[in-house]
Design a protein around this ligand. Structure first.
Ligand code: UD1
Ligand code: UDP
Length: 373
């Protein structure tokens, strides 16, 4: 009898980090693989499903404009529970720390279905940074029967919470598998990432800084300070900032008000994954509050300045390719200027290395699921 694996996800980063696992599960005859998307994100999720060639068996289509955490979570719990009642999975697999992942784990627990957690053990040790992700992943951690920790650091965090050693497996982060996969796709079919050509021509000769920002804990003052920093950086005429703006209205409002019309700031729609990989390859520096970008930029040797006070991904900081710069405008501007103007400071950060994985995480995860009861 094939094992039924229900893979649950709902946002862009979960889709990016889960597609290598789905590809590997589907290539293995031991499993019946059922994919369920909550569509907590819509457009940004569909961009990843398209490039990865995934057609979910279940699509709950839950996204509402400017959705609240409690409204979203309530809909997720009943929606995902309903799918579990239909599919009767042997395992539910969730990824990371979103509302979808937390609700998927909880709905599985209510049915006594074992949960496998991809990207387990990330901890900032501050429940409001990032908010609400720190608590989401702790809830998942207290439910999961299999914890796929990306690194030694995340495995140690789980052990410190008394998770049994036998349930923890260091697999690497599947984001490196995804990045390698998409890079190979682009190499075979360059047209997949040629959509930035016009911007690249417009900014020829300028030093490109890639920007992303979306964290809920930064809504309001934090985002305004980030926008102010971008304004000040853009006052230099040797730089250009390419900023795919998250569609969350709380982000858009602030960025549109502060940055519209600046000639060397391109505020653009979210890029699909091949185009974002292209942005990572053409930029000199990434300025971001994203989790996934902190993992991808070091793999490509791009210094990443992280607009947060804490990180659950200390591996990049420890290795010297990431730096926490908080959300104070003056600090962000001065750190960017140092990287632009001090060659030694730049070279010290610009070393390609993969503290987060080796591109084989998905295969390890599938083996572990195959061997699990
Ligand atoms: C969510 C996750 C966060 C993750 C982030 C990745 C939670 C609570 N938050 O935050 O952990 O880091 O995704 O991006 O799970 N929207 C669109 N189109 C889209 C996606 C979003 O219009 O494709 C807009 C909608 O108005 C939506 C809003 O953004 O209501 C917020 O989406 P939501 O998933 O609740 O929060 P994110 O900030 O995206
Ligand atoms: N990303 C993308 N297009 C964009 C911005 C980001 O494909 O316009 C990818 C990026 O490569 C990374 C992931 O989205 O893999 C990060 O998602 P996000 O920052 O939304 O969420 P987080 O990682 O912070 O949870």
């Amino acid at each position: 009898m094939k094992k039924t694996i229900l893979v649950v996800f709902g946002t862009r980063p979960e889709a990016i980090k889960m597609f290598p696992v789905i590809h590997a599960l589907k290539a293995d005859g031991r499993f019946r693989v059922v994919t369920c998307v909550s569509a907590q994100h819509r457009g940004m999720l569909d961009q990843v499903l398209d490039i990865a060639g995934i057609v979910p068996e279940h699509d709950l289509d839950l996204m509402k404009p400017d959705q609240t955490l409690d409204g979203l979570t309530a809909a997720l719990l009943t929606g995902l529970g309903g799918v579990m009642d239909i599919e009767k999975p042997d395992w539910v697999v969730v990824q990371g720390d979103t509302a979808t992942a937390m609700s998927g784990a909880l709905a599985a627990y209510y049915r006594k279905v074992p949960v496998a957690h991809v990207e387990a053990g990330l901890r900032s040790h501050n429940i409001y940074h990032p908010w609400p992700e720190e608590v989401n992943r702790k809830i998942i951690g207290s439910i999961a029967a299999l914890h796929f920790a990306p690194t030694d650091v995340s495995a140690a965090a789980l052990r410190a919470e008394n998770v049994a050693d036998s349930a923890i497996h260091i697999t690497g982060n599947t984001v490196i598998d995804a990045l390698e996969w998409v890079s190979a796709r682009i190499a075979a079919e360059p047209a997949l990432a040629e959509g930035l050509a016009e911007l690249e021509a417009r900014f020829a000769g300028k030093r490109i800084i890639g920007v992303t920002s979306h964290r809920r804990e930064n809504f309001g003052g934090g985002l305004e300070a980030i926008a102010e920093a971008i304004r000040q950086i853009a006052a230099r005429d040797d730089v250009a900032l390419i900023f795919p703006v998250h569609p969350n209205p709380n982000v858009r409002r602030v960025m549109d008000a502060a940055l519209a019309g600046l000639p060397n700031v391109a505020m653009i729609e979210p890029l699909d994954y091949p185009h974002f990989a292209r942005l990572l390859s053409i930029c000199e520096i990434m300025l971001t509050d994203s989790g996934g970008v902190q993992e991808e930029a070091p793999a490509l040797g791009k210094p990443v300045l992280v607009m947060r006070e804490t990180t659950e991904r200390p591996e990049g900081v420890d290795a010297g390719t990431a730096k926490l710069v908080g959300t104070d405008s003056a600090r962000i501007v001065s750190e960017i200027f140092t990287l632009l103007d001090d060659k030694a400071a730049y070279s010290a950060m610009a070393r390609a290395h993969n503290p987060f994985g080796d591109g084989k995480a998905a295969q390890r995860i599938v083996e572990l699921l195959g061997n699990a009861g």
